[in-house]
Design a protein around this ligand. Structure first.
Ligand code: PPE
Length: 306
């Protein structure tokens, strides 16, 4: 999907024209992957565009920065306002939002500490990340030959820019083999997550998802889905899963801000099938929630009009 241009990008407090949102070639993050980022969505609601769980995403951005010893030169409230302003000025009903904290131009070399810390916020219209067909009928997944990072190699709990090379390797491998998405296992051999999504299965009627200790990001959609599932009366647990748990799952789906909630049709050609009742119930509630149609979860929406 080629990027769809909008009007402005927020860069260090200024709204810059899309085509002028540029950085120097010696930007530190470009060479060493030293930055942190977020992925957020705004949805059209009856009261205009609303950003889903904005404060939670901004808090995770600050936590990621803390892990990397990056001092963000704004407060969380300032970035919450900046995100809303960027959505507002671009006049979009719904969009994807990409805040990026990067180390800029100033010094080269592996010590990032002397570099200036820059912040940008870009927004663009982004449809179903894994395709409309995938949302309806499920995606075909393959377990990658690439492992998820060891948590003592890079901090998997932080959304660091450079870390995503691992996800890209796995994604390309899966696509070239004819699958839609990859699943990564932890160095211990447990199921971790997909390249940009958390993963859930239904086993003996319970909803299970791998823990952070298996190398998964603490997903905000994962958290929303766990809350929704419990409120719908399902039993939910975080626990280590084996690849055979995936092969034999009664139902399975993945979750992420970009992907939203997408059923899993098969894993390594072991068929799980069309989306089951639990997956459908979660999908339906999630899509209604982000559009502000579920009173119980109204606090998760941050209206752009303020
Ligand atoms: N795991 C990974 C590795 C990951 O990147 C994401 C988000 C998730 C789990 C789900 O987290 P959450 O969005 O909080 O539910 N991936 C972002 C980037 C996707 C991209 O392709 O870029 C996203 O979904 O915005």
């Amino acid at each position: 999907m080629p990027l769809q241009k909008v009007d402005k990008i927020w860069m260090d407090g200024q709204l810059v024209a899309w085509d002028d949102a540029k950085v120097h070639i010696l930007t530190h993050t470009m060479h060493y992957g030293s930055g942190v980022f977020e992925g957020i969505r705004a949805y059209a609601t009856a009261q205009g565009p609303a950003v889903f769980r904005l404060t939670d995403h901004i808090n995770r951005l600050f936590n990621s920065a803390k892990v990397y010893l990056i001092d963000i030169p704004y407060t969380p409230d300032e970035l919450v306002d900046a995100v809303k302003e960027t959505v507002r000025v671009n006049g979009l009903d719904s969009c994807y939002i990409r805040p990026l904290v990067y180390l800029g131009y100033g010094e080269m070399g592996l010590n990032p500490l002397p570099c200036p810390v820059n912040v940008s916020i870009a927004v663009w219209p982004w449809g179903s990340y894994l395709g409309d067909e995938g949302v309806k009928h499920g995606v075909r997944l393959k377990i990658s030959t690439w492992q998820r990072h060891d948590p003592n190699a890079v901090p998997v709990a932080a959304k660091g820019v450079g870390m995503y090379v691992n996800s890209s390797m796995a994604k390309v491998e899966a696509l070239k083999a004819g699958y839609d998405e990859a699943i990564l296992l932890s160095p211990q051999g447990y199921v971790s997550e997909c390249t940009g999504e958390n993963l859930f299965i239904v086993k003996h009627g319970r909803l299970l998802t791998p823990p952070v200790s298996a190398g998964a990001l603490e997903g905000i959609t994962q958290h929303s889905v766990m809350t929704i599932a419990r409120d719908l009366g399902y039993e939910v647990a975080e626990c280590n899963l084996l690849r055979t748990d995936l092969y034999l799952a009664e139902e399975a789906f993945l979750t992420g801000t970009a992907a939203e909630v997408v059923p899993i049709r098969s894993v390594d050609d072991r068929v799980i099938g069309e989306p089951g009742p639990l997956t459908k119930a979660i999908q339906q509630t999630y899509f209604a929630t982000v559009r502000g149609e579920v009173d119980q979860y109204k606090d998760w929406l941050d209206y752009v009009a303020g």
